[in-house]
Design a protein around this ligand. Structure first.
Ligand code: NAD
Ligand code: GLY
Length: 351
């Protein structure tokens, strides 16, 4: 079993191995020895695939286990579901020494983490991510949130989990569209930090990537660990994780979050940016790689239509827009420009 320690305001292990799900009980005992109850929070799809395995493993290790299941999908990451989770925890008299278990993708991880950050002013939670995106990104680093009608992730908290249990076998049931979605973030890690990872990704396609996925997940997690350790609360360097996201968010928003998955919007966002900042060779390598994972390099929407929506990115500084560029593969840089200059540069003017 590979273990990566994150040394943030709270240090915690990330365990990575195929088949780990069935060991979650005794692994949780290593970090939450005093807990008597565990509340597994999951969605209906993941519950039908892995709920019983996790509940039984926890029960075998002596936990009294309760299970809360909500409908899958982003629309469940809302205050109504959160309220239902609070009431469920209250009904089962969960205490501050008990533990929540987030079993699922980023939606489950984000809302469970936020419940853990706020219920009883904070309690422990274990992340068991089951999508590629959640394994390489959302389960690590302690960002938790719910959405509001006015926007995604508008209410949240930093709350590190007590451990992350990553079982790459769960990806075998993941629909191809979500595997591709996660690959958008994996390619991003290669671009911002690791040319060797990028070269490895060039050797696989979406059809073959499962063969090498365990090492690739570990590499991505280690990159995120390093970034989070330097800037846990997202005031500087952590922003490099947003490569492709400034335009990616604009693309998602332009299409009302319906046409493009997050990872595919980020992939197109990385390509559109790289076309403007890098050599044709870097741009072509990125596009080839993105294509190999069935992700888009462009959108039907023109840059003229997308740029105004970049202004809606909540990470924009008050007068200037900050965004990430990778002139070369493996190296990211934060740039800042007045919004109008950014708009004219994106539309073909001088930087
Ligand atoms: P998701 O949680 O909605 O999962 C995608 C779909 O896959 C769901 O329908 C789910 O039921 C299904 N699923 C999950 N695991 C499965 C499996 N092993 N087999 C079959 N089906 C499975 O979406 P996601 O892409 O994992 O996460 C997206 C969310 O993550 C967004 O809300 C986003 O804001 C958030 N996010 C958070 C962070 C962070 O740092 N906290 C980072 C990136 C994204
Ligand atoms: N997913 C971006 C971050 O964790 O900061």
């Amino acid at each position: 079993m590979k273990t990566i320690w994150v040394k943030a305001s709270q240090s915690y292990p990330i365990w990575i191995e195929r088949g780990l799900l069935a060991q979650c009980g005794h692994l949780l005992r290593q970090t939450a020895a005093g807990a008597e109850k565990a509340a597994v929070i999951t969605d209906d799809t993941v519950n039908s695939l892995y709920g019983d395995t996790v509940v039984h493993a926890l029960e075998e290790s002596g936990y009294t286990v309760y299970r809360f299941v909500f409908p899958h999908g982003e629309s469940s990451k809302c205050s109504a579901t959160l309220n239902d989770i609070y009431n469920f925890l209250c009904e089962h008299q969960m205490t501050r020494t008990d533990c929540l278990v987030a079993l699922g993708g980023g939606v489950v991880g984000d809302i469970t983490g936020f419940a853990a950050a706020t219920y009883l002013r904070g309690m422990a939670y274990l992340q068991i991510p089951t999508t590629l995106l959640a394994q390489v990104d959302s389960s690590v680093g302690g960002k938790t949130a719910i959405d509001l009608p006015g926007g995604k992730n508008l209410v949240g908290a930093f709350k590190q989990p007590i451990a992350v249990l990553c079982d790459p076998d769960t990806l075998q049931t993941l629909p191809e569209v979500f595997l591709a979605d996660g690959m958008g973030e994996v390619i991003k890690y290669g671009m911002i930090r690791d040319a060797a990872l990028f070269e490895k990704l060039e050797q696989y396609t979406l059809d073959t990537i499962q063969n090498g996925i365990e090492d690739i997940i570990a590499t991505c997690i280690d990159i995120k660990r390093d970034v989070v350790e330097h800037d846990e609360f997202d005031t500087g360097e952590r922003m490099i994780l947003n490569f492709g996201h400034t335009l990616g968010h604009a693309i998602e928003s332009y299409y009302h979050y319906e046409t493009y998955t997050h990872g595919s919007a980020v992939a197109a966002g990385m390509c559109i940016m790289t076309q403007r900042t890098s050599t044709p060779e870097v741009y072509e390598r990125l596009c080839r790689c993105v294509h190999a994972y069935h992700l888009p390099t462009q959108t039907e929407a023109s840059i003229h239509e997308l740029v105004p929506l970049c202004g809606n990115d909540k990470k924009r500084a008050s007068k200037a827009l900050r965004f990430i560029v990778c002139e070369t593969i493996g190296k990211a840089e934060i740039r800042s420009m007045p919004f109008d200059a950014f708009a004219s540069w994106m539309e073909g003017g001088q930087a």
